[in-house]
Design a protein around this ligand. Structure first.
Ligand code: PLP
Length: 391
């Protein structure tokens, strides 16, 4: 059977490979996937059960139930302070992932270039390529300073084929955020070059230290060219529910909805009822944020105390990006040896771009007790590395 050349270019991600390998150990502490271990709020679960019990699960409109889009419009007004029309400017999608795929599919023609900031979420690259586009990378991370924007580097990345830029803040894998100033630079840059902006904000509700969420939508010049991607996966620990949404200009959303008819038809309707409960009743995710904040505080201190590794304190998400350059290992080799010798699974930094082969990513989606054991094991492994390499 013939398989398309486009699909043949997709490589299963190293993240998934490490996750699969981790499953072959009985006592592994798996810190690979960004899949939180906490349950979603009870009211959301109850709303979904009720929809199933009452047999409300028929196909919905391709854009999602009207009530779900209205609930999202309410959330948009609260978080972004802007009015979006539930009829024409909002689409409910199968997680943030499908929102990304639908928007890129509706933007990219063969050969179009899309600027991707690195370190990146790997799926951006593969999705752009599957759509026939070409990702053009611009580096934005410094292990000492965190995220930064180099305007010259952005300018150098633009050609007559550039159509869009993807941004992600709070950021996977660094846990850092793009500051208001950086977002302003990107908004101006996109305006100057008439680029669309895909703003992936799926971690916006996981910010610590009372930090407010900064979005590119606060800049008026960005509004007419931005599609925002959001999801309930991380906000309410609802990864397996597969529900998210996109909002933006009608021209783009209406085409995404047209495409949705041919992709998923609509999002699983019980999940849509969960969304309606969450946003209509404005259900808090405070316990999720507090849990991750405690874990972050523990992990940051514990990792900072170890030899041969360095990290920045994450401002949001549930990821920590750890500099392993002093070990002399490449990230894949480090992750593999750590799994083999200490039974802790992490993601090699090279997954997030060639320049990060001296980093690993940890997802602190396990409780503090398990994190303590993981840190003990990492310490044991680093001691062995130190002895072996004489460092
Ligand atoms: N964007 C980023 C940066 C992510 O890390 C993820 C998931 O890990 C997603 C989007 C997609 O999440 P979901 O499809 O579960 O909403």
């Amino acid at each position: 059977m013939k398989v398309s050349k486009r699909v043949m270019t997709i490589e299963p991600s190293l993240t998934r490979q490490m996750f699969n390998l981790a499953q072959t150990y009985d006592d592994v502490i798996d810190l690979t996937l960004g899949d939180p271990d906490l349950p979603p709020p009870k009211e959301i679960r109850e709303a979904a059960y009720e929809a199933i019990e009452k047999n409300k699960l028929r196909y919905s409109a391709n854009a999602g139930l009207r009530e779900a889009r209205e609930a999202v419009a309410k959330r948009i007004a609260k978080v972004w302070g802007r009015g979006y029309d539930p009829q024409t400017q909002i689409a409910i999608t199968v997680g943030g992932m499908e929102a990304l795929f639908l928007s890129l599919s509706c933007m990219i023609d063969e050969g179009d270039e899309v600027i991707v900031l690195t370190p990146y979420y790997l799926n951006y690259i593969q999705m752009i390529e599957v759509c026939g586009g070409r990702p053009v990378m611009v580096e934005i991370y410094d292990p000492q300073k965190g995220l930064y924007i180099d305007e010259d580097a952005l300018e150098r990345a633009v050609t007559e084929k550039t159509i869009a830029i993807i941004i992600n803040s709070p950021n996977n894998p660094t846990g850092d955020v793009l500051s208001k100033g950086m977002l302003q630079i990107i908004a101006r840059f996109a305006q100057t070059h008439e680029l669309s902006i895909v703003s992936d904000e799926v971690y916006r509700a996981l910010l610590y230290d009372e930090r407010p969420h900064e979005s590119i939508l606060q800049f008026p010049e960005a509004v007419s060219r931005t599609i925002v991607i959001d999801s309930l996966s991380k906000e309410y620990s609802m990864t397996g529910w597969r529900i998210g949404y996109a909002f933006g200009p009608e021209k783009m959303i209406s085409n995404m909805i047209k495409l949705q008819e041919n992709v998923a038809a609509c999002v699983t309707v019980s999940s849509q009822y969960g969304l309606i409960a969450a946003y209509k009743r404005d259900i808090s995710n405070r316990y999720i944020v507090e849990t991750f904040r405690k874990r972050r505080d523990y992990l940051y201190k514990a990792i900072s105390d170890l030899n041969l590794v360095k990290c920045q304190k994450p401002k949001g998400t549930f990821y920590m990006f750890i500099d392993i350059s002093a070990t002399g290992y490449r990230s894949g080799e480090f992750a593999y040896q750590l799994l083999k010798e200490a039974h802790v699974a992490v993601v090699p930094g090279v997954v997030y771009g060639k320049g990060y082969d001296d980093h690993i990513r940890i997802a602190y989606t396990k409780n503090v007790e398990q994190l303590e054991t993981a840190v003990e094991r990492i310490k044991f492994f680093l001691n062995k590395v130190g002895e072996r390499k004489g460092i």
